[in-house]
Structure formats: C-alpha cells, structure tokens
Design a binder for this molecule. Structure first.
Ligand SMILES: C[S@@+](CC[C@H](N)C(=O)[O-])C[C@H]1O[C@@H](n2cnc3c(N)ncnc32)[C@H](O)[C@@H]1O
Length: 252
C-alpha cells in the first residue's frame, strides 16, 4: 500500500492481508475489509489522507517479501550489474554465489524467457531460499540452481559456452581459473566485492586469460517530494560494494 497524508507525506507499506486485520499508516488506520475484493490500484480515502492498494513490483517483492539468508545485492547495484553482464533474452550466464537470490532475480528479469542462468552456490539452504524467492516472482523458469563450488573445475565443466559470469562470493579471483574454458572470448565477468582488501586480492590474483576493464561503485538517494520543499531526501545508500568488470581474452 502507498499511504499519502493530508500534509503530502508518502510512505509504502508491505503487507500480507488477512481478513480481520487493520493497518496503521501515516494516512490513518485502514481495515482489511475495505481492501479485500477491490482491484489492484484502488485508491481508498482514509481519515487522514488516502491509501493506494498496489501490486508489489519486483523491487518491492524483494524489499518487503523475499527471504534473506545472506547479505544481498540491492537494486541500486543489481540493475547495473545485470546491464554490465549482458543479461538479455539470448544470453547464457553463470552466477556464483546465488545466496538469497536477489541478484539472481534481476539477472533473470533480463534473461527470461529465452536466455539461461546457471546459478551456483555451496550452501543447499541458500539455494532453497533463492528458489522460493524466484518462484514467488515468477522467474524460476529460465534459472538452473545448482549446488557446487565454482572454484572446482568439475563443478563447472560443460556449463558453457557462457556469454558472461557474475560473481558475488568472498574470493571471486579463485573462480576465474576454473570458469575460463567455459567463457566465450570477449565475454564479461562482473565481480561484486564489499571490501578494498578483496578488491586488491582480485587485482593481485588475476589469472591468465582475463583482462581488467574497469570498476564502479553506486550511490542512491531519495528525493523529498513535499510540495514547496522539493530537495534531496534524508535516505542515502552510499557504499555497498565495488563492481569490477573483467573480459575474457585469448592470445592473438
Ligand atoms: C553474499 S552471498 C550472495 C548474495 C546474493 N548475490 C544475493 O543478492 O542474494 C554469497 C554467497 O556465495 C556463496 N559462495 C561462497 N563461496 C562460493 C563458491 N566457492 N562457489 C559458489 N558459491 C559460493 C555463499 O554460500 C553465499 O550464499
């Protein structure tokens, strides 16, 4: 629900509706019985403003309803990673580790229905949570979730030829050697690392057949949209991690 108070303040609420409940919002209290049976998008007047009942977007599903078993990648980073990795309907990508499936979701949005994502993780329980999350978003069909260590050549043998790889794991440099033969020349590897120590290790341990292309970090800030007082908002997501782009290269 999106509530708007008479003062023009807005806030989103993520709710699973149950028949007898009431929900407190900045626009007053809304009873479930006023919502049930109404179509998505209905705007309801309340005592202190109005409430719109909207279907959650994929970003809102992740924010409000996904299970979190691990640190996750947020839309400010995952959207960019998906573009950099080339997540489009004709691509075949590999992702390690899948974790809670937040980044997997955004990659699948670009790949489905005709592309393919092979998602690897060493922890079965993380893969299971990711599977439930992807299923709730309707994005499981183009994703193969596999238990395995991406550093083990036997675990990745035959997954290629890959158009790109995405690495969100503690030691991405260790995955590049085993993945090399499965990745098409010129294809991209995108690594996300939250610390400078990991970034330096990635630079120091780059195996042959890979070339560093560049790195970027992202920041996102809300905008205060109050009438007469439009200005930068108080909420700022500053540093979350470094995004590093590498290319698969072959000797000429
Ligand atoms: C930070 S979490 C990934 C979060 C995920 N990107 C998301 O947005 O939900 C890191 C994951 O990497 C997995 N992992 C660690 N080492 C791995 C390896 N060698 N091969 C595959 N997965 C690995 C961990 O089990 C963990 O689930």
């Amino acid at each position: 629900m999106i509530a708007e108070s008479m003062k023009g303040e807005r806030r989103s609420y993520y709710i699973r509706i149950s028949a007898e409940s009431t929900y407190s919002t900045i626009a007053g209290v809304i009873a479930a019985r006023k919502i049930l049976g109404k179509p998505w998008g209905v705007l309801l007047r309340s005592r202190l403003g109005a409430v719109a009942v909207v279907k959650p977007s994929i970003a809102e599903l992740m924010e409000g309803f996904y299970e979190r078993r691990t640190q996750v990648i947020y839309p400010k980073d995952s959207g960019l990673i998906a573009i950099l990795a080339g997540a489009r309907p004709e691509a075949r990508l590999l992702e390690a580790g899948v974790g809670s499936g937040f980044l997997t979701t955004v990659l699948a949005m670009g790949l489905c229905p005709t592309g393919r994502l092979i998602g690897l993780d060493v922890k079965r329980e993380n893969l299971e949570a990711a599977r439930r999350n992807l299923e709730s978003a309707g994005l499981l069909d183009c994703v193969d979730l596999k238990l395995g260590d991406v550093r083990d050549p036997a675990a990745v043998e035959g997954v290629g030829p890959l158009d790109g790889v995405v690495l969100d794991m503690p030691d991405p440099w260790s995955a590049l050697e085993s993945l090399g033969p499965e990745v098409k020349p010129s294809a991209v590897a995108v690594a996300f690392v939250p610390t400078s120590t990991q970034l330096e290790k990635l630079l120091d341990h780059l195996p042959g057949g890979w070339m560093l292309q560049g790195g970027v970090e992202t920041m996102a800030r809300t905008i205060n949209l109050s009438p007469g007082a439009v200005r930068p908002g108080e909420w700022l997501a500053s540093f979350t991690g470094y995004i590093v782009v590498l290319r698969r290269v072959v000797q000429g």
